[in-house]
Design a protein around this ligand. Structure first.
Ligand code: MCN
Length: 766
């Protein structure tokens, strides 16, 4: 089934926040710190206030009472977590941090008036790298020091097992920052209705209910006085799941000025001030037998939090438990130190700490295979968790506080299918032939396991209106994941109505009171299950009302194709619309059957006890030009297991998108700061995204092991592609350049970096 959203989107009828046109709307421009670390001396807005069209200027002292933005996910190991003030009063902590806000009649007028704002800074030494963050005598990002948290988990006896290992492989990896880089930048519009005391927000948020709660809290409003509406959102990829200063200030201004206000971020601001991820430096030891069996793994890594920790330490926590992946690792120790730097804060970006973990494990396995003279498929196959081992306890505490317990999967089958589909066995000959022609080909593979479907719930409300239209309200917004299609499929199935009758309204807080959001590949599992439950409840109600009205036994009533009939009595029946009318229109004196509440309306918040675990295996074949460092991906094959597929076309699209992002992480995308903490990649000229020519035709196959944890059998699919892609590509590049002695320990493998590595290796070889 095709995506229902597409007709609207490809004909330019998408409805984005920049399309929200409210009468009398004002526009916001933001003054951002030009320094990575500085003391604010003065903010003088007098001249700016007199500029044409300027209606209001907000400086930090105006909003001091708002305090700090919240820590969304606390953790016991966070000693003194620091979150940003809505506008900082004394110190700015990264280049791009919002310091003052100008509101004007026109967007250009607001922008122009920024020049007239006089902000005096006293620069402070900046912490621009992880090395600097850890230097005991180096500068401090916050007075409490640069270490946000340290955390260790251990399984078995890693020290003992490493001491006894026949072979130990050691390596260091440096993984660099990347961005989410959604097509649509962040945006928010707000309208205050003074008569009703009601605030309406149009937002690009991935978490509308969280935004509503925080806006209500910061503005001292009741939650029901704030409505957050999300319509089409042009990508999220994680960074839109937190609350930024503008998200509080735009509604604050709309109320204060009693006029609609809108902020639409520029691409430059998106690069400068939207959260990012991936910077981690790992030091790894892998102990094995000579036959290639893993006996122990130790990983110590430093994680860059940037200047603040809005999402706590969720990213390094996820990395730390994800390294063992689909392999049996009987003895494991992981320690991380999460440090502050004077850079844009880090929050999850598609994959959320997992691509780093997969990179570490899969590079280590290739290095181990090389050292032991083993085949790279064989060393993996030897260590895989087997289909009979589920549920499989990894022995670690997961990000949700529960045990990391894989529910289901068939990792050997994923590997087998991959080897077959990628033509792995014939590759050595192909590589040899190419080398004879002076071409450097390499193949790489990577396997992954991903915790998806993060709890505690995502609610769905299903309502049949008296005209027979079915509405599905979900708390989570959609940024391209096609919830309008997949949730409609589930409800249409559950209610036996044609799909055209079902309209999904994602991410409107007026539709459903509670919600969590679209991240952590959770909507299929949680909202999907809730949608099925709510549809079943509505069906039960419809059958009961019809049975009572038709004076039939409920078990004799059937619902098919939007019509309720009585078995064996073809003439008798009601449409779903008629039943919805009966159920929702009060007829004084007539009770609904068995104490039923009014309306064909049901809301379900199905809780999940733990994550479901998706998995898969990817392979890449690349050609590297050692003279320029250019990498071309010749072939790419993915075998994905996200349990039962609700919509195979959509899953394939999700896997494609994830792989494209992973290829960007592997080869192109790097957020670079200079030694003073200034962003060097401030435009898409410097921050290179993968283009069509960088992504080959992708072959995607599915292995389906349904999750036993939900009735649909689904597992998440939204991020999976991103996890193994960087590792598969890096392993392929390493394979291509092995004869040159090039070490692949970094990501991204930009042309320049790879070229330098080739040069360094040639010097060594000479
Ligand atoms: N699906 C399915 N069968 C399954 C699993 C999923 O048909 N077994 C469908 C779902 O019904 C849904 C889609 O695939 O329509 C993705 O589902 P899921 O894996 O539950 O992911 P979420 O809906 O929770 O989306 C979040 C996930 C994340 S975390 C990021 S980051 C990401 C992603 O989705 N960002 C995206 N995919 C994206 N796709 C687009 N276009 N834009 C983004 O910003």
């Amino acid at each position: 089934m095709r995506r229902r959203e597409d007709a609207r989107l490809v004909t330019g009828r998408g409805r984005y926040v920049a399309d929200v046109a409210l009468s009398g709307m004002l526009h916001v421009a933001v003054h951002r710190s030009p320094h990575a670390h500085a003391r604010l001396v003065t903010v003088d807005a007098d001249t700016a206030r007199r500029r044409p069209g300027v209606v209001r200027v907000l400086v930090p002292s105006d909003v001091a009472a708002l305090g700090r933005l919240p820590l969304l996910v606390p953790h016991a190991s966070l000693t003194a977590p620091v979150c940003p003030e809505v506008l900082p009063r004394e110190v700015v902590s990264y280049a791009g941090q919002a310091v003052a806000v100008i509101v004007a009649e026109g967007a250009a007028q607001a922008e122009d008036a920024l020049e007239a704002l006089h902000v005096e800074y006293e620069p402070l030494p900046a912490v621009a790298t992880l090395d600097e963050a850890l230097r005991p005598d180096g500068p401090r990002v916050h007075p409490g020091g640069n270490v946000a948290a340290s955390f260790t988990q251990r399984v078995g006896d890693p020290a003992g097992a490493l001491a006894g290992a026949e072979v130990i492989v050691r390596e260091r990896f440096r993984l660099h920052r990347g961005a989410g880089m959604a097509l649509e930048t962040r945006a928010i519009a707000a309208r205050w209705d003074a008569d009703l005391g009601q605030l309406t927000l149009w937002s690009t948020t991935q978490a509308p209910q969280i935004l509503r709660r925080l806006v209500a809290r910061y503005l001292g409003l009741a939650e029901h006085a704030v409505r957050v509406v999300t319509r089409d959102i042009g990508g999220g990829f994680g960074p839109k799941a937190i609350v930024y200063p503008e998200d509080i200030l735009v509604p604050f201004l709309a109320r204060a000025l009693d006029r609609p206000v809108r902020f639409v971020e520029s691409r430059r601001e998106h690069l400068l001030a939207v959260t990012q991820e991936r910077d981690q430096w790992h030091e790894v030891e892998l102990g094995l037998t000579r036959g290639g069996e893993i006996v122990a793994l130790r990983d110590a890594f430093v994680h860059d939090c940037g200047a603040f920790v809005s999402w706590g330490i969720i990213v390094p926590l996820i990395t730390s438990v994800s390294v063992p992946g689909p392999y049996r690792v009987p003895n494991y120790e992981v320690t991380f130190t999460a440090v502050y730097t004077n850079r844009v804060p880090v929050t999850p970006v598609r994959g959320a700490g997992r691509p780093q973990a997969v990179f570490v494990m899969e590079r280590m396995l290739d290095l181990a295979a090389q050292r032991l003279g083993l085949d790279r498929v064989a060393i993996r196959a030897r260590n895989l968790i087997q289909p009979g081992d589920f549920p499989y306890d990894v022995g670690l505490v997961s990000r949700d506080g529960g045990p990391r317990r894989y529910d289901s999967g068939n990792y050997p089958e994923c590997l087998r299918r991959l080897v077959e589909a990628a033509g792995w066995d014939g590759f050595a000959a192909e590589q040899k032939r190419a080398r004879a022609e002076g071409r450097w080909l390499g193949a790489g593979l990577a396997l992954f396991v991903e915790d998806t479907g993060l709890g505690p719930y995502e609610g769905v409300r299903v309502r049949v209106d008296p005209d027979g239209q079915v509405f599905v309200f979900s708390g989570a917004s959609s940024q391209g994941q096609s919830h309008e299609t997949t949730l409609a499929q589930i409800v249409a199935d559950g209610l036996s109505v044609p799909l055209e009758r079902v309209t999904v309204v994602p991410g409107d807080t007026a539709g459903i009171p509670y919600g969590v959001g679209t991240f952590a590949s959770r909507v299929a599992v949680l909202a999907g299950t809730s949608a099925a439950r709510a549809a079943a409840e509505v069906r039960r109600k419809a059958l009961a009302v019809a049975a009572s009205h038709l004076e039939a036994a409920p078990e004799d009533v059937v619902l098919e194709d939007g019509r309720l009939g009585v078995r064996g009595a073809p003439g008798r029946g009601l449409t779903l619309a008629e039943v919805a009318t009966l159920a929702s229109t009060p007829r004084p004196g007539y009770a609904l059957p068995s104490g039923m509440g009014p309306g064909l309306d049901a809301t379900a918040y199905v809780p999940v006890p733990q994550s479901t675990y998706s998995s898969g295996a990817h392979a890449a074949v690349v050609e590297v030009d050692p003279e320029t460092g250019a990498v071309r991906i010749l072939r790419y094959v993915a075998v994905d297991d996200c349990g039962t597929l609700i919509n195979p076309t959509i899953v394939e699209g999700q896997v494609h998108g994830g792989i494209a992002h992973g290829i960007g992480n592997a080869l192109l995308e790097e957020i670079v700061y200079d030694a003073a903490g200034q962003l060097a990649t401030g435009t898409l000229m410097e921050y290179a995204l993968p283009r069509a020519a960088d992504v080959p035709r992708l072959v995607v196959q599915h292995v389906v092991t349904p999750s036993p944890l939900n009735p649909l059998g689904v597992k998440g699919a939204g991020e999976g592609g991103t996890l193994p892609a960087p590792a598969a590509v890096a392993n392929a590049v390493a394979d291509a350049l092995r004869p040159l002695g090039v070490e692949v320990t970094e990501m991204p493998l930009t042309r320049e970096r790879l070229w330098r590595r080739v040069q360094a290796a040639s010097v060594r070889i000479r």
